[in-house]
Design a binder for this molecule. Structure first.
Ligand code: SAH
Ligand code: SF4
Ligand code: F3S
Length: 430
């Protein structure tokens, strides 16, 4: 049985897609290898969101093709964006498979194995919603599950709509089946994924009603979701969080910029006031809600004044954490038509100021939790010499280490948050 080694770059949706591809190819008779050295085939799932992500993937693909005699396939967003041009950037490459072509992947891998034939597939179907063929394959206590694919918001800087296609929602029955299978394989926490999960709609079923079904029809102990867009935020979800302790009180809500002028150029469809009122409304329903975000610095024409507004937004919204990025022009997006005119030095300086502010506020929020109790899900154990640590997360998504515990991954129990080491709590079981 030919065996495949998988490597995944990019977002959580890519991590889930890698599982889908592995389940599809598993059903076609391909096994899994634990390292590139043992593999007959190597599949790299790639991201296009920033130029650096693509450069890293191309570097890795070239390394793999130099050191391995395996068949080399690339899939995901960069495969979709670059198509057969990738054969020039990676001479040793055999298969390029865009985001809607995974049902044909087994055939093109066989062509490469048996006939040394190269294939590039980038056709767009626009309707495919993949699902795991068998969610019972081993997968750990925390799992991802995509409920939508694609995005049609066309934020001016973003490549995702071009490489992932239109929004489509998966059938609720399929989602419930996958979740139940994951639970029977040991999953205790499932994160529902989509570029904008609040855009989920299947017939009359919207996102809050899907969550309701997940709570009623599956045994999953914890549910999370990623990502949401401020324009589609549905307050009903916070009512659910307030009453259902299986739905974790955490919201990832990217704001991208604190300047209304930049938000409008980004085509985000909200103002800073809209965003802040939404957060306030959510916190009125659920005061303990943890909010995290994404921010971009150095968008074309961003002035120091604009940037100061981004900083003040972080101060006012008090985010628990933020993923922060330097703007990277993506060919084909409308923002890429404007000059990338914020000097690299200014982008770097703004990013580090932003990170300082984010981390200071993060620490303030975490310090306030010291001495309180929290439920954690243990997701890993680490041995260091004599000591055995458990690693887990609270339902607010805060990191906790539990020294010298007998507990196993998958266990859920209460701890007292006794100390902070950087951004990780040291907890004691109570
Ligand atoms: N669908 C999600 C995010 C998808 S991409 C949303 O709308 O929030 C993840 C993050 O990458 C974005 O939130 C944004 O902050 C960042 N990003 C996207 N395109 C980028 C670009 N061209 N340059 C820099 N950061 C970018
Ligand atoms: Fe990109 Fe905007 Fe869609 Fe998010 S909502 S994936 S940033 S286009
Ligand atoms: Fe990257 Fe594609 Fe995700 S571009 S961020 S892997 S949707």
């Amino acid at each position: 049985m030919p065996s495949i080694y998988y490597e995944s770059f990019g977002c959580q949706m890519n991590a889930y897609d890698t599982e889908v591809i592995s389940s599809l190819l598993g059903s076609e008779g391909f096994g899994r290898a634990d390292s590139p050295e043992e593999a007959d085939i190597i599949i790299v799932n790639t991201c296009s969101v920033r130029e650096k992500a693509e450069q890293r993937a191309i570097g890795r693909l070239n390394d793999l093709s130099r050191y391995s005699g395996a068949i080399l396939a690339v899939c995901g967003c960069m495969a979709q964006r670059m198509g057969e041009k990738l054969f020039e950037s990676v001479p040793g490459l055999d298969v390029v498979a865009g985001t809607d072509t995974y049902f044909e992947l087994a055939g093109s891998i066989r062509d490469a194995l048996e006939k040394k034939q190269r294939t590039s597939m980038t056709a767009v179907d626009g309707k495919i919603t993949y699902s795991l063929i068998d969610g019972r394959s081993p997968g750990g206590v925390t799992r991802y599950l995509s409920i939508t694919r694609g995005c049609e918001n066309y934020c001016s800087y973003c490549i995702v709509p071009y490489v992932r296609g239109r929004v489509r929602s998966k059938e609720p029955e399929t989602i419930v089946r996958e979740a139940s299978e994951m639970v029977s394989a040991g999953a205790r926490e499932i994160t529902l994924l989509g570029q904008n999960v609040m855009a989920y709609r299947y017939g009359d079923l919207d996102f809050p009603r899907l969550i309701r079904r997940m709570i009623d029809e599956t045994e999953v102990r914890r549910l999370r979701f990623l990502t949401t867009h401020p324009r589609d935020l549905d307050m009903e979800i916070f009512q659910l969080m307030a009453t259902e302790d299986r739905l974790c009180p955490h919201l990832h809500l990217p704001f991208q910029s604190g300047s209304d002028r930049i938000l409008s150029l980004m085509r985000r469809g909200y103002t800073r006031d809209n965003y802040m009122s939404a957060i306030n409304e959510a916190r009125n329903i659920l005061p303990e809600l943890a909010v995290t975000t994404d921010v971009i610095v150095g968008f074309p024409t961003e002035s120091n004044e604009d940037f100061l507004q981004t900083l003040s937004m972080v101060e006012q919204c008090r985010f628990e954490a933020a993923f922060t990025f330097k703007y990277s022009p993506r060919h084909g997006t409308s923002a890429a038509l404007s000059e990338d005119d914020v000097p690299a030095e200014a982008k770097k300086e703004r990013l580090s100021r932003l990170n300082e502010t984010v981390q200071r506020i993060r620490l303030e929020i975490l310090e306030r939790q010291l001495g309180t109790d929290s439920e954690i899900l243990l997701d890993d154990t680490v041995k260091k010499g004599e000591y055995r640590f458990g690693k887990g997360r609270t339902n607010h998504f805060r990191n906790v280490l539990v020294p010298e515990t007998e507990r196993e991954p998958g266990d859920i129990f209460r701890v007292r948050l006794e100390k902070l080491r950087k951004f990780t709590f040291i907890g004691k079981e109570i």
